[in-house]
Write a new protein. Structure first.
Length: 402
């Protein structure tokens, strides 16, 4: 296993995904500038969409020009988006900075699961890719655990502007890890695990979207994106509506991140021993149970933290199984592109999760309709994974890391 590459990718995504998953803490401060909570939610929803829309584009570019360059470009764009936000808190300014610039930067590479997991996969034999993806994915969760309390501390102790500039500095520093996180991967480097690895990218996309199993993954990833964006954007306001202290929101986001480290590693490990489709169905089913229990329970700190812990275990643990299943179906050569396409669908769901949450609370004063919609989508996601035709595991000989 090329641990140098895997750990560097995990640290890089810890920084950048931790930054983006902390943006929910800025909703109320930004709304207080006059933008209003509905528009701030829309700006972050637009950001969720562009984060996904840019991933397949830059995934294709990573396959052509190499992932390292794309990661550097992404980190700089992400830093620029954060750094410019305090200077442009108007509605149009928020759309351009948090809604477009920082989101495209993240999708371009800095916080892109598609590019980092795709790059790591080219250094790892198929039977170990799920666990390697789980390690990288756990980095994103560890970043959330560390970044959310730090951002809240700076917001409370200084201002939201200084907190945003701190995030920009972290995003810029992440570019220093770009080469190590890809193992210096050049364009076209790959372990050819399947005959499909040799297909041109457009032919591969055509083949993939004619495959029922790949389309089923898109259905479940839409629901996953809705769920994650709704919680990461609106959980701080949900905490406020329940009458709990603001620090509880940061603690809940951090707890989600910490538990997903365990979830990502666990499901990454299980991916080498159980069918990926069964793991995905179980993860989405667990979300249904967790949300139902939260809705009927009294809203106390204990309830919030228990809910966060359960949700955290499944938070982004879907990514290793999704990446592993795509690798089984189509090989590693175009994994960045194909996983990027699923992340686009994920972020279309995320757009609606972030935006409709703001609409719901503006109209009704609570999130009940969104919670119920989230449960229904999780049921659909669990069912969508059952008809997937999963190939047998192909054991490939290990290759030396670059």
């Amino acid at each position: 296993m090329p641990w140098r590459v895997i750990v560097a990718a995990a640290v890089l995504i810890a920084v950048t995904t931790g930054l983006r998953q902390s943006l929910g803490l800025f909703v109320r401060p930004l709304a207080a500038t006059g933008a209003g909570i509905a528009f701030v939610s829309l700006a972050l929803a637009v950001g969720q969409f562009f984060w996904g829309a840019s991933q397949p584009v830059f995934g294709i570019l990573a396959d052509r020009v190499g992932a390292t360059r794309i990661l550097v470009i992404g980190g700089l764009l992400l830093a620029a988006g954060f750094a410019l936000t305090p200077w442009s808190p108007s509605p149009l300014g928020l759309l351009l900075t948090l809604g477009v610039l920082s989101a495209i930067g993240a999708g371009a590479g800095a916080a892109s699961f598609a590019i980092l997991i795709g790059a790591v996969a080219t250094h790892v034999p198929q039977q170990h890719r799920s666990f390697a993806s789980g390690v990288v994915n756990s980095g994103a969760s560890l970043g959330q655990f560390l970044m959310a309390p730090l951002a809240q501390f700076v917001i409370a102790g200084a201002s939201w502007q200084w907190a945003m500039w701190l995030l920009a500095a972290f995003a810029a520093a992440s570019t220093l890890l770009a080469r190590s996180a890809t193992g210096g991967r050049a364009a076209g480097d790959s372990h050819a695990a399947t005959p499909m690895d040799g297909l041109p990218v457009l032919d591969m996309l055509h083949t993939a979207f004619r495959d029922r199993s790949y389309c089923c993954l898109h259905v479940s990833l839409f629901a996953c994106g809705f769920h994650i964006a709704f919680l990461s954007t609106h959980l701080p306001n949900e905490v406020s509506i329940c009458g709990l202290p603001a620090s509880a929101a940061a603690n809940a986001l951090a707890l989600i991140g910490l538990l997903n480290v365990a979830g990502s590693l666990t499901f990454g490990w299980l991916g080498g021993r159980r069918p990926f489709k069964s793991l995905l169905a179980a993860l989405y089913g667990a979300r249904v149970v967790a949300i139902a229990a939260y809705l009927i329970a009294p809203k106390t700190l204990s309830t919030l933290y228990l809910f966060s812990a359960v949700i955290g275990f499944s938070w982004l643990a879907t990514i290793p199984s999704t990446a592993g299943l795509i690798g089984k179906l189509f090989g590693a050569r175009h994994l960045s592109t194909l996983l990027g396409m699923t992340m686009l669908t994920h972020q279309i769901g995320a757009f609606f999760g972030a935006w409709l949450g703001g609409i719901a609370v503006g109209v009704t004063g609570n999130y009940t309709t969104i919670w119920l919609s989230d449960m229904a989508l999780a049921v659909i996601a669990a069912a969508a994974n059952l008809p997937i035709r999963e190939p047998r595991q192909v054991v490939a000989a290990p290759t030396a890391a670059s």
